[in-house]
Ligand binder design. Structure first.
Ligand code: NAD
Length: 365
């Protein structure tokens, strides 16, 4: 297969972790006979510094033409001025909108070798394997708002959803659940919010098309509790933008470290393979506190390439091989500092990337 992948390395540890992720994809190409063309583009803080905008037009164009986009992370203290005309995060929100990426898919699977790295008890974590699907381009992050100056005594945001916005994300969640354990929980706050009552009504209509699914509607406050009390009982969880944002961070703690979790943002734009053009990124940010020290954990970025191979290129065997290579490295007790504990061997970013690539090379295809 021939495919074009845009790499938005971004800021902070972004370039360090995407460097390792690209290295892994190059080995996948070599081993399985594919041709991946990588195109590095600017977005975020570095783009503001070099081109005066967090999302240059060339970047948007390159992403539109690509089969998939791999992102590191954007942002950092240098660009944190709240009064600045442009901010790195604006680029991220805008590219999601430009590429119509309406769903963020975040698998949370506990690597059994890391069970000790979580703050939760082992018996609660046993068997955790869930996917949170968050609506990404609607809801309160995009509804009408008012913020009349820094001194204003009043401000508001609006949680606005339309039937088609809810339908498409619930349908994607239902399809995801059909390919897994056939369980789906839809999250809302229908006892209080009008937009949530619409969410529940539309979700109920869509889910009626999937009689094989075991479905439930859960209030967001109850879900935040269930997620840490009985996380293994969930398979696919779908939620609106704000609730999904909060729940995905909570769910990430089930896996022990931010440095381990990948994500995919998917939409309805097809790439040259006839598959969804997606944006793939680790869930963590740019970690300015450790940037440039070669200690960042590249595994979330590497696991994001596995999602890219699976969802945007349809290369399931290659995706599974990357995931297996990561598991093998962890199995041998090798860790970056964020997931290290007594008895493990601590390595830096590049060595971790090298170990994953050598496991991949050694694997029988
Ligand atoms: P962060 O995820 O960058 O860091 C939180 C903590 O986790 C830090 O202690 C960091 O060192 C650690 N950490 C994160 N990733 C790690 C990795 N791969 N290996 C080892 N340790 C890791 O969150 P933050 O500190 O709240 O945000 C820093 C910057 O990142 C901010 O400017 C924020 O806006 C930005 N951010 C960007 C994205 C994105 O680009 N998608 C997401 C979240 C935050």
């Amino acid at each position: 297969m021939e495919a074009t992948i845009v790499v938005l390395a971004g800021d902070g540890i972004g370039p360090e972790v995407t460097g390792e992720a690209q290295k892994v994809m190059e080995v996948v190409a070599e081993k399985y006979g594919h041709q991946f063309h990588f195109s590095a583009q600017l977005m975020g803080g570095r783009a503001i510094d070099e081109l005066g905008t967090s999302l240059p037009d060339e970047t948007v164009e390159a992403c539109r033409r690509a089969d998939a986009v791999l992102l590191g992370a954007v942002g950092g203290p240098k660009w944190d001025n709240p009064n600045a005309a442009d901010r790195p995060e604006r680029g991220l929100l805008a590219i999601r909108k430009e590429l119509r990426l309406f769903a963020n898919v975040r698998p949370v699977k506990l690597h059994r070798q890391l069970i000790g790295a979580s703050t939760l008890k082992e018996e609660v974590l046993q068997g955790v394997d869930l996917v949170v699907i968050r609506e990404l381009t609607g809801g309160i992050y995009f509804g009408p708002r008012q913020e009349a100056g820094a001194e204003a005594a009043e401000a508001y945001d609006t949680m606005l959803y339309t039937r088609p916005e809810i339908e498409r994300v619930v349908r994607l969640a239902a399809e995801t659940a059909m390919g897994r354990r056939k369980k789906l929980a839809s999250v809302d706050k229908a006892n209080v919010l009008a937009s949530s009552r619409l969410w529940r009504r539309v979700a109920t209509d869509v889910l009626a098309e999937y009689p094989e699914l075991e479905t439930e509607h859960v209030l967001v406050d109850a879900m935040s509790m269930h997620l840490i009390r009985r996380p293994a009982s969930f398979d696919v969880i779908v939620a609106g933008n704000l609730f999904g944002d909060i729940l995905t961070d909570e769910a990430s703690m089930l896996a022990g470290s931010m440095g381990m979790l990948p994500s995919a943002s998917l939409g309805d734009v097809a790439n040259s393979q006839g598959l969804p053009l997606g944006l793939y990124e680790p869930i963590h940010g740019s970690a300015p506190d450790i940037a440039g020290q070669s200690v960042a954990n590249p595994l979330a970025a590497i696991l994001s390439t596995a999602m890219l191979l699976r969802h945007s290129l349809g290369l399931e065997r290659e995706a599974a091989a990357v995931e297996a290579a990561v598991d093998q490295v962890l199995e041998e007790g090798v860790r970056t500092p964020d997931i290290a504990h007594t008895g493990t061997e601590v390595v830096g970013t590049q060595v971790m990337g090298d170990l994953v690539t050598s496991k991949l090379r050694a694997m029988t295809a």
